[in-house]
Design a protein around this ligand. Structure first.
Ligand code: AMP
Ligand code: MG
Length: 499
């Protein structure tokens, strides 16, 4: 399989990584390969289903032109500082420049031990590999910046986890880059100002070339990363996504969703929702994500202090002032996005309060987040208040989602009153709401059931979820069962990292 590598990270000085080949596995077997993505990054799709391609995705063959390496980084994990983490079970094979002109990393996960493995075995098991495949591709289809799934293979080996021996797998992901907030923290903590500058210049050239033209390029870099992250977190929240492990080493400088661990989409709306089995304190709950992002970005700004200004006090002033802008930028994205979900077009002064009160109502009534907006969209498609039969049916469907259906009735009155204040046409509003309110999300109980089936060798649920989620904003009459929240006995209370 020919991969048109064009490697830039491997050309950086050696303090950024350790050269490391992936470790071969016993019996690689292809589970899935993403043909469209392969084509985008410059791989001939006819070469994908060959034994040679499977060997590349398993780490058994190193493709020509690759420069395999493990990246080094540090990070705050659940608030605690780790001075050296790094790719403990992952390898950057190299980069290609896609048919769209974008440079992307090709990266194996679960490919064996590296100098950064600490106590770990360097491997991944099938469950998290399939979860990342499904959830990252669903994110992409939802239009949210994310790393992508290129391939998944079984290794034919078992990995030992708390649950016992589990089937091993290797995941190939593609990202705009794998540089993290923690990558900058690593060099800052080592007081390696030259490395910090090299990395910042590299990132500006690769992701934020407009920052190079600013009066203060490194300040512009913080602003650019902050803007990307603020928008990303708002987009996550608008589809009910909870990342689960928003440690600084899991926050991408390119602004993509990265490192899908115990992530999940919430069913019933509550801002305190947490899934991760290791997040006991609810640090990374749905509603905490903006403040955590803000905190992580402060760590990023701090890591750039030595190059922001030669006078440390002035540098701190610049960093602080820049980071203080987060809340306002985030709020704009948050309310703009929720305004679209409710059909408030354009957003007016009283809308943030309306949105806040409405979300509170959903939480009090234990309403399914996705179904509420999906059926509100349908309702917006009818002549509101004209007693149209279809409209009545939508209202009833919405009422059924509420613990106290009367609460919905009075809310609908205030919603209609608000809508009557703008001159957006029915079609405009309906189309906008349809484009931001998904019908399908990867519900956690479906993902878990898919993993359980795959362990027994049945990949049909994986294929079905992948296909349905590739078109999340469209109604799919044959797949309405996948719209539904879990029955009480199907609820998944904790999602395990499963590393
Ligand atoms: P994560 O929380 O999955 O983003 O991982 C945090 C750190 O632990 C990273 O440095 C990973 O490379 C490392 N890590 C996770 N799982 C393993 C494993 N099975 N073997 C070695 N290192 C691991
Ligand atoms: Mg990570």
């Amino acid at each position: 399989m020919k991969i048109p590598f064009d490697n830039s990270y491997a050309a950086l000085p050696e303090q950024f990584y350790t050269r490391q080949d992936p470790k071969p596995v016993a019996a690689p077997k292809l589970i899935k390969v993403n043909t469209a993505l392969a084509e985008l990054i410059g791989i001939d799709p006819t070469e994908l289903e060959t034994v040679e391609a499977t060997d590349v995705f398993a780490g058994n063959t190193i493709p020509k032109g690759a420069s395999p390496l493990a990246m080094v980084y540090a990070g705050h994990q659940f608030g605690g500082w780790s001075p050296r983490l790094g790719d403990g079970r992952a390898i950057l094979l190299g980069e290609t420049i896609g048919t769209d002109g974008i440079r992307r990393d090709i990266h194996l996960k679960g490919s064996g031990r590296t100098p950064y493995s600490r106590g770990g075995d360097g491997r991944a098991w099938l469950g998290p590999v399939l979860r990342e495949y499904i959830v990252s591709e669903a994110m992409a289809a939802l239009g949210i910046p994310t790393t992508r799934a290129l391939a998944a293979v079984e290794t034919g080996e078992h990995v030992l986890r708390e649950e016992g021996p589990l089937p091993g797998a290797v995941f190939t992901r593609v990202a705009q880059s794998h540089v993290r907030v923690g990558t900058f923290q690593y060099h800052y903590a080592r007081k390696d100002t030259e490395a910090t500058k090299t990395l910042a210049d590299y990132i500006i050239a690769r992701h934020y070339p407009e920052a190079a033209k600013a009066d203060q390029p490194y300040r512009a870099l913080i602003e650019a990363v902050m803007d990307k992250q603020a928008r990303l977190i708002a987009r996550w929240m608008q589809v009910g996504f909870i990342h689960g492990v928003m440690n600084t080493d899991n926050m991408s400088i390119a602004g993509e969703t990265i490192d899908f661990g115990p992530c999940a989409f919430m069913d019933t709306y509550h801002p305190g929702t947490v899934f991760s089995s290791i997040d006991h304190a609810g640090r990374y709950a749905w509603g905490k994500q903006p403040s955590i992002a803000h905190w992580n970005l402060s760590q990023f700004a701090q890591s750039l202090l030595p190059i922001l200004h030669e006078d440390p006090d002035i540098a701190v002033g610049i960093g602080q002032e820049t980071i203080d802008g987060f809340q306002e930028i985030f709020s704009d994205y948050y309310f703009e996005g929720f305004g679209e979900k409710f059909g408030l077009l354009p957003l007016t002064e009283g809308d943030p309060d309306f949105i806040g009160d409405s979300l509170k109502l959903l939480s009090d009534n234990e309403v399914d987040f996705t179904l509420f907006f999906r059926h509100l969209t349908s309702l917006a498609g009818f002549e509101l208040g004209n007693g149209d039969d279809g409209g009545e049916e939508c209202v009833q469907t919405l009422r059924d989602l509420f613990k106290e259906p009367e609460a919905l009735d009075s809310w609908l009155e205030s919603w209609k009153a608000r809508l009557s204040q703008d001159d957006t046409t029915l079609t405009e509003r309906y189309n906008k709401m349809k484009s931001v309110n998904p019908v399908f999300i990867p519900r956690n109980h479906q993902v878990e059931a898919m993993i359980q089936a795959a362990i027994t060798g049945d990949y049909a649920p994986f294929e079905r979820l992948l296909a349905v989620l590739s078109n999340p904003y469209s109604e799919q009459p044959k797949n309405t069962d996948l719209e539904l929240p879990p029955k009480p006995e199907e609820i998944v209370h904790a999602t395990f990292c499963g590393t």
